[in-house]
Design a protein around this ligand. Structure first.
Ligand SMILES: [Zn+2]
Length: 96
């Protein structure tokens, strides 16, 4: 999850922006979170972990290419540990 800083100033125009309904957006986000978490199981994660780590080591854009993996890392500490371990190994190999 990345939030890019908005540098554009908010301009006051004649047309007032419709106010967003925070509560319904929050609910929507919660639903999306749930769906996403269910999409990626730990098994799925491990299936793609090698690929993800290789990508990360080579081009540092793994999280962009495979956002579900990135998300699972955030949601699942045990998988995150595995990822860190594998990343460390691959980085050491690359340095040799
Ligand atoms: Zn997991």
């Amino acid at each position: 999850m990345s939030t890019k800083p908005t540098t554009q100033p908010i301009q006051n125009s004649d047309k007032p922006l419709e106010e967003l309904q925070d509560e319904s957006i929050l609910k929507l986000l919660q639903v999306l979170d749930k769906v996403r978490a269910e999409e990626m199981s730990c098994d799925d994660f491990f299936d793609q972990l090698d690929q993800f780590v290789e990508r990360e080591v080579k081009s540092k854009d793994a999280a962009m290419i495979m956002p579900l993996i990135r998300e699972h890392l955030d949601l699942c500490p045990p998988c995150s540990d595995e990822y860190e371990a594998l990343l460390t190994i691959l980085e050491n190999i690359q340095e040799e």
